[in-house]
Design a protein around this ligand. Structure first.
Ligand code: CMC
Length: 338
């Protein structure tokens, strides 16, 4: 029986894919600390790690990279429905619908063997940035940018969005974002995916359901709302009052609080804070970082609340040039690896 809210203290499943120590503020993927992975690996390596429980050899990494590059292209049917989706739906709804529709075009069809499922998973991981970028360019009336096979996963995503190869700093920062969002044990969307998979349903159905869970503002939507809050505050001098007013109205402050990291920093925040600071300088928009620091200070002083991954992710993704409503789809695209 649950002692707390939600699934607190309920053992829903055992996993070696990732592990959290909510008291120490530590996160590991397959035994590797998130700090080491963010510093020394790439999203492609992390994708291999999450699927195999170990880091790849050079040949294995090359093979996975080639596979993912080949799987970036969207099936003609998906390209065909994209203009309608771009006009009629939100980006997360587009992603949910497109992933569901992609099942009709998966070369492995209804094969649910472990090898076919692995290939299906890699295809979805590879495809999501293409879907998101093409959605964004359609709604802006811009020509679609084909994937660039010479670029890594994260850099290619930025390239397809903007039509320009990103700087090394942007590519690295985005790759870090991809690594940090890739897994987080039994969160709401992963749990949803596992419930669907446990009925022996299929990969596309599980991911479609997970996307539906991630869409909600208390899970994946918080990064977007965190950035919108910084913009709403507008200048550092207004941050204190703004946060105090939120608390007085008993509203939640987005990007703060965590079910697991209650009295310690979310380790992903510790990694993202300096990334946001560096980008603030490079982009020449220091205000978002400065407002974020002030919000962080006031939330802690007033309620002992600490930022979660989504808080600094908001400003980082903004600095990287992503429209706010693509923040959660980006999170989804990364989390599909886990
Ligand atoms: N703003 C204001 N008060 C808060 C917040 C917040 N962001 N988070 C927690 N609290 C308060 C809450 O009102 C409660 O106060 P009281 O005891 O007086 O009723 C106390 O802190 C405990 O909160 P809780 O609701 O029991 O915490 P929870 O563990 O159930 O919820 C949470 C965790 C993440 C849903 C919640 O902190 C929240 O809604 N945060 C804002 C949304 C957000 O940033 N979501 C991203 C989560 S991290 C990414 C992910 O893994 O999905």
């Amino acid at each position: 029986m649950a002692a707390g809210k939600g699934l607190e203290e309920v053992v829903a499943a055992q996993t070696a894919i990732s592990d959290i120590d909510g008291k120490l503020g530590k996160l590991w993927y397959a035994g590797y600390s998130i700090d080491d992975l963010a510093k020394n690996s790439t999203f492609e390596e992390v994708t291999f790690l999450l699927h195999h429980g170990r880091l790849p050899t050079r040949d294995e990494l090359d093979e996975l990279t080639e596979q993912m590059v080949n799987d970036r292209q969207a099936a003609a049917f998906l390209s065909h429905i994209m203009p309608t989706l771009a006009e009629q739906t939100s980006p997360m709804s587009m992603l949910r619908t497109s992933v569901s529709a992609a099942s009709a075009y998966d070369p492995d069809g209804w094969d649910q063997g472990p090898e076919a499922n692995y290939r299906k998973a890699l295809r979805l991981i590879a495809l999501m940035p293409t879907l998101i970028a093409s959605y964004d360019r359609h709604r802006k009336g811009q020509a679609i940018v084909e994937p660039n096979p010479t670029l890594p996963h994260a850099a290619n995503f930025l390239y397809m969005l903007t039509g320009e190869e990103p700087s090394q700093e942007f590519a690295d920062a985005f790759d870090t974002m991809f690594i940090l969002y890739a897994d987080h044990t039994m969160n709401a969307s992963t749990f949803t995916a596992r419930v669907v998979a446990s009925t022996l349903s299929d990969m596309h159905s599980a991911v479609t359901a997970a996307l539906s869970a991630l869409k909600g503002p208390l899970h994946g939507g918080a990064n977007e709302l965190a950035m919108r809050m910084l913009e709403d505050i507008g200048e550092v001098g207004r941050a204190r009052q703004y946060v105090q007013d939120l608390f007085a109205r008993k509203e939640k402050i987005m990007g703060f609080g965590h079910r697991v990291y209650r009295h310690v920093d979310d380790p992903r925040t510790t990694i993202l804070r300096p990334v946001s600071q560096a980008l603030a300088e490079s982009v020449g928009e220091p205000q978002w970082y400065e407002i974020a620091r002030e919000v962080e200070a006031v939330a802690f002083e007033e309620r002992g609340l600490r930022p979660n991954v989504d808080f600094y992710a908001g400003s980082v993704l903004h600095y990287l040039g992503l429209p706010e409503d693509l923040f959660t789809p980006m999170f989804a695209s990364s989390r599909s690896a886990g």
